[in-house]
Design a binder for this molecule. Structure first.
Ligand SMILES: Nc1ncnc2c1ncn2[C@@H]1O[C@H](COP(=O)(O)OP(=O)(O)OP(=O)(O)O)[C@@H](O)[C@H]1O
Length: 224
C-alpha cells in the first residue's frame, strides 16, 4: 500500500525570515482518510504543495514508499502518484465532463477510445451519467463538478489524493456525498486521501487528524 512520509521537514519561503513549516514528522498510508486542520496561515497549503512535489523542503526529507523524492523524477511523481482536488474544482471550462476525465489519460498516452470508455465508467460510478457526461462544467452543479474532478483523479491511477478544502464551495448535502466518496476510496480501494480543511465535521469522519499551528504539526487523539 502506498506510503507518504515526512521526516524532520522544514520549509521557508525565499526571502522570508522564518520557517513556515517546522520539524514536520508525519506518515500517511493507503486505506486511510486523513484530515489536516489548523488556523489560516498555519502552513496547510504549503505542506500540501510539498507533498504534491510542487515545492521542495528546505530541510528534511519526504519519501514515497521509502524512496526520497529528491532522487525521483518530480514530473513523473506528480503525474503518476499524486492527484489533486481543489475547492474551486478546477475543471477545464471548454471541455465536457467526459473530456475533463479522459484528458489526463490521453495526455499519458492511453488510447483515446480506451480513455473514453474508462472515463464513462468512472463518471457513472460517481453518479454522473447520461447527458451530464457531455455537459460543460458550467452546466453542472457544484457537487456534480466536484464529482467530475474526483473522477478525473481516479482515472489517472494515482493512489494519493490531495484535497484542498474539497467541500469549501458546497452545501451540507453535497459535502456529505463528497466525503463519503473519499472515505470509500480510502477504505475500499486503498487510496491514501489527505484533506486540508477548516471543516471539523470532515475531521470527525477522518481516520487520522493532524493539527498544524504556527508550522508545527501534531496528530490529534480522536475519541470515536
Ligand atoms: N509565496 C509565499 N511567499 C512568502 N510567504 C508565503 C507564501 N505563501 C504563503 N506564505 C506564508 O506562509 C504561511 C503559511 O501559508 P499557507 O498558505 O500554507 O497557510 P494555510 O494554513 O494554508 O492558510 P489558509 O487556511 O488561510 O489557506 C503564511 O504566513 C503565509 O503568509
Amino acid at each position: 500500500m502506498v506510503k507518504l512520509e515526512m521526516k524532520n521537514l522544514y520549509y521557508r519561503y525565499k526571502g522570508a525570515n522564518k520557517d513556515v513549516l517546522k520539524d514536520i514528522n508525519c506518515r500517511f498510508e493507503g486505506g486511510e482518510l486523513n484530515a489536516i486542520v489548523g488556523p489560516s496561515g498555519s502552513g496547510k497549503t504549503t505542506l500540501l504543495s510539498i507533498m504534491a512535489g510542487l515545492d521542495k523542503p528546505t530541510q528534511g526529507i519526504i519519501t514515497i514508499n521509502d524512496k526520497d523524492l529528491k532522487d525521483l523524477d518530480l514530473d513523473e511523481y506528480r503525474r503518476d502518484s499524486i492527484s489533486m482536488i481543489f475547492q474551486a474544482f478546477q475543471l477545464f471550462p471548454l471541455l465536457t465532463a467526459l473530456e475533463n476525465v479522459s484528458f489526463p489519460m490521453i495526455y499519458k498516452g492511453i488510447d483515446k477510445n480506451q480513455a473514453r470508455e474508462k472515463s464513462k465508467k468512472v463518471l457513472e460510478s460517481l453518479g454522473i451519467d447520461g447527458d451530464k457526461q457531455s455537459r460543460y462544467p458550467a452546466k453542472l452543479s457544484g457537487g456534480e463538478q466536484q464529482r467530475v474532478a474526483i473522477a478525473r483523479t481516479l482515472a489517472t491511477g494515482a493512489k494519493i489524493i490531495l484535497a484542498d478544502e474539497p467541500t469549501g464551495n458546497l452545501d451540507g448535502e453535497n459535502s456529505k456525498r463528497i466525503i463519503e466518496i473519499l472515505q470509500e476510496l480510502a477504505h475500499k480501494q486503498d487510496f491514501c486521501v489527505i484533506i486540508v480543511t477548516h471543516d471539523m465535521e470532515i475531521a470527525e469522519q477522518s481516520d487520522n487528524v493532524w493539527r498544524i499551528k504556527d508550522g508545527i504539526i501534531e496528530q490529534v487523539e480522536q475519541v470515536k
